[in-house]
Design a protein around this ligand. Structure first.
Ligand code: GGG
Length: 358
């Protein structure tokens, strides 16, 4: 029996609704398998905290989080606070400060869920996007000048470092090498971005030489976006810059039936710092408070967190229970065409996990 100390940051909007559901599944599966016990401590950081205190999280937040085995995060952002303040005040300092340079985002069409793409069925969509997660277009370098004058200007500079690019590309190669298809696509736009993404391309080509058994493609981001829609079955592993990866993975969630299904892990592969697991979706203010948010992405993130902690069997049990619930099709939230409420989907997943474990 392992003990894990988890920092829970529900954050904003539906993050506050789905995070406790994820914990419910993690606790239930811990009890069912007898493999681990979860000790979670919840932190009320986010937009409400900002409105009360003027900061999204306390200055010593990273020091506090450092002692946990992992972070389980809901969502950030709400209309009461400008998005650049909320994102830069909570999610980004954790990802950057803890060198969570791999944002691992699987897109998998599961049984019983209908893709908006015609004729796509389970098995047709099963790929992983590795999003660079600490620099690139999110580096935050730049500024505004001459505010309010006709000559007002804004500059936002992407930063690509050799260390930053090489480490995420190497991670993606190792992942591709471990999968049966051994195929890796690098998302680029070096025809237009003549400095930064030619640098990205060069490093991709250098690292590729160390992995002769991995088939590679370099695809312009515009063509790649079209390919996600037209031929998703041709995708295995994709590595992309921070912004490209962000955009591609919303598309990945959408073609798998709902953003409410898309899970994500912000990984520090060296395990020097805790990694953070959060759904791809945001705080969804439009449905917040209605009790109909899909908890599956959050629960799937819990499985990814367990896998990362070494609890593979428990992680697989959760994934199997999710597939059993979607395959059955009777208990689904409205984003998947059902009428179930958030807690009913969680109940169904726990029920399936119990059935599968016995
Ligand atoms: N759980 C993911 C989340 O809250 N995302 C909010 C958001 O706006 N993210 C933008 C980004 O991370 O690029």
């Amino acid at each position: 029996m392992h003990d894990y100390h988890i920092a829970l940051i529900p954050g904003d909007g539906i993050g506050q609704e789905v995070a406790p559901e994820g914990v419910r599944v993690l606790d239930a599966v811990g009890e069912l398998t007898g493999a681990y016990r979860l000790h979670d401590e919840s932190f009320p950081w986010g937009c409400e905290y900002y409105l009360a205190r003027g900061e999204m999280m306390p200055k010593e937040a990273l020091k506090i989080l450092r002692g946990f085995d992992a972070i389980y995060f809901g969502a950030v952002g709400f209309p009461t606070v400008p998005d650049y303040i909320s994102l830069r005040g909570l999610r980004l300092p954790i990802c950057m400060g803890f060198e969570q340079y791999v944002c691992y985002r699987p897109s998998q069409l599961v049984p019983g869920v209908k893709s908006p793409l015609a004729d796509k069925k389970m098995g047709d969509i099963d790929f992983i996007v590795i999003r660079e997660n600490t620099e690139g277009e999110y580096a935050g370098a730049g500024g505004r000048a001459h505010r309010g004058l006709p000559i007002e200007m804004a500059v936002e500079t992407s930063i690509f470092t050799r260390v930053g690019v090489e480490r995420v590309i190497r991670y993606a190669f190792n992942l591709a090498q471990s999968r049966p298809r051994r195929h890796l696509i690098s998302a680029t736009k070096s025809n237009a971005q003549q400095h930064s993404l030619t640098f990205w391309d060069e490093i991709f080509a250098e690292v590729a030489r160390e992995y002769p058994d991995v088939k590679t493609e370099r695809v312009l981001i515009d063509a790649l976006a079209a390919r996600f829609v037209l031929r998703p079955e041709s995708l295995d592993v994709v590595v992309a810059s921070n912004l490209f990866g962000d955009i591609l993975t919303d598309l990945g969630g959408a073609i798998c039936g709902s953003l409410g299904m898309a899970a994500s892990g912000n990984i520090n592969p060296e395990r020097t710092y805790p990694s953070m697991f959060e759904p791809v979706h945001g705080s969804a203010p439009d449905i917040f408070g209605k009790g109909i948010a899909n908890p599956i992405a959050m629960i799937w993130c819990g499985a990814m967190m367990l896998d990362f902690l070494g609890e593979k069997q428990a992680a697989n049990l959760i994934l199997a229970a999710i597939r059993a619930v979607t395959g059955d099709g009777r208990v689904l939230t409205p984003d998947l065409g059902g009428t179930a409420r958030t807690n009913q989907v969680t109940d169904a997943i726990i029920h399936q996990a119990q059935a599968l474990a016995h």
